[in-house]
Design a binder for this molecule. Sequence first.
Ligand SMILES: [Zn+2]
Length: 142
Amino acid sequence: MTTARQPGLYDPGETPPQLRASRCGACETVAFPAMTIGCEVCGAPAERLAASPIAAAGVLYSVATVHLHHGKDIEAPFTMAEIELDDGPLIRATLRDVVDVASIGQRVHAEWFTTGVDDDGNDVVEPRFVVSESMETAGTAS
Ligand SMILES: [Zn+2]
């Protein structure tokens, strides 16, 4: 079995990964993470918000590569990115591969990535984003 690294943000049973966003019935604002107590944009009450899974796909807005990291959750170097999702929200996420600023503006989509194993032996997964348009160069790292 698999379990989500951050339960509530995505469901590891869905492939490709989707993000659990909310959509406001009054102003149509899509928010991720989902809004719960009311719309932050128009003030509509919580009952106007609907759960709305959205595609984990969009365009790279900015990137920053971490070369020195003291946590044990991820091994450096790795690239963090701001991604403008197709449904609107701008999110921060980890990229599967290290990329540089030349990749800004390219399309990205998420794939499941196993970050470890929990105490019950389940694979712990999270979505990591991959540049969609450079499949032919993905294998050139040596
Ligand atoms: Zn609203």
